[in-house]
Design a protein around this ligand. Sequence first.
Ligand code: CTP
Length: 405
Amino acid sequence: MEEMLAQGPLAGRKIVLGVTGGIAAYKAVELTSRLRKAGAEVHVIMTRAAQDFVTELTFREISGQAVVTSMWDKVPTHNVEHIALANLADLLLVAPATANFLAKAAAGLADDMLTTTLLATKAPVFLAPAMNTNMYENPVTQKNLRELAARGFHIIEPASGHLACGVTGKGRLPEPADIARQVEAFFAKARDLLGRKVLVTAGGTREPLDPVRYLGNRSTGRMGYAIAQEAAARGADVVLVSAPSALPVPPGVRCVHVETAREMREAVLREFDDADVVIKAAAVADYRPKIVAKNKIKKSEGEFTLVLERNPDILLELGQKKRQQVLVGFAAETTKLEEYARGKLAKKNLDFIVANDVSRPDAGFAVDTNCAKLFMRDGTVCDCPLSSKAELAGVILDHVRACLS
Ligand code: CTP
């Protein structure tokens, strides 16, 4: 049998492939075949609508496994209680994922076998949306995709081109070979940080002024949370020291919540000695109010003067203490990006620094994308054009991995 001979990253992996009811469902047949040829064991779950496009028999023949078409199927091979496939999966892939499916997934509905499996699984999830361009671009679909991405699901970008509905635009299911490659790449690098302790800081510190006010900044924590999530997915033991953020803690990540720069310093120093990697994505306030009023400050006529004092520079201190640790800093700049970033790289004794031009509307704070340059200690520069924060997190960790070996 072909799959017994395969040696690549997919060999022996159990992939649950969800097929929903879109015209691209036929491409899932070739996808099944490719994954199987690469050595994966593929278990297909079809939604009711998918069965209008492709027959269950086709998937059964191509996958060599029983196909689940309903919550109430009795499939002897994998003891179908409704969560059996959720437990068995090394990875859950939904291709094509319709707008309706994405909406149900985002809402956490479990009204058929696929949505139930999605809700019950702890395996990594890949979703490949495919639909009409207008449906794809509809703000509610985009919101659902953002929420699903924030929950840690990997979204496979749809391709652009001529769609079955007659329009030309974004929404096509990528070629099965491309989808299979992305899944393969995931398994190939999946565990390359196994056994490493990665300490990540995220969010913007808050420096209290009185019991109801603070000095803060625009950081949402998205970049740091994306790094923590990717590091955990790659097998690392991740500690996230987070200033206040509305984001959910990624699965498998230990989170220490802090508020001020001084609290962050303490938490970071507690975790530093046995860390292999420290990535300081937090926006730490350089100053704090010198006096914190016990009671709410009441307004009065005229000017109000606030005296600030310096906060500790946590990263500078880590650079001085550093032994085995790979140390990565961030520089958010509005001018002289390269000059400032290189200055911080040297001064803080870093292995590399991720520099962001935060004056760009599509990079920096409160957006899902980032456009960064990595300045390495040896003088080399890595340009990361506009990409999602999850993708940039992957690039940063690839460089961390290279520094570790
Ligand atoms: N940083 C830190 N502690 C601080 C300030 C910054 O650990 N008190 C870290 C940040 O997490 C980031 C890096 O240092 O990884 C650069 O932060 P940034 O504020 O851009 O640099 P500064 O050194 O504070 O320089 P400046 O404010 O003058 O731009």
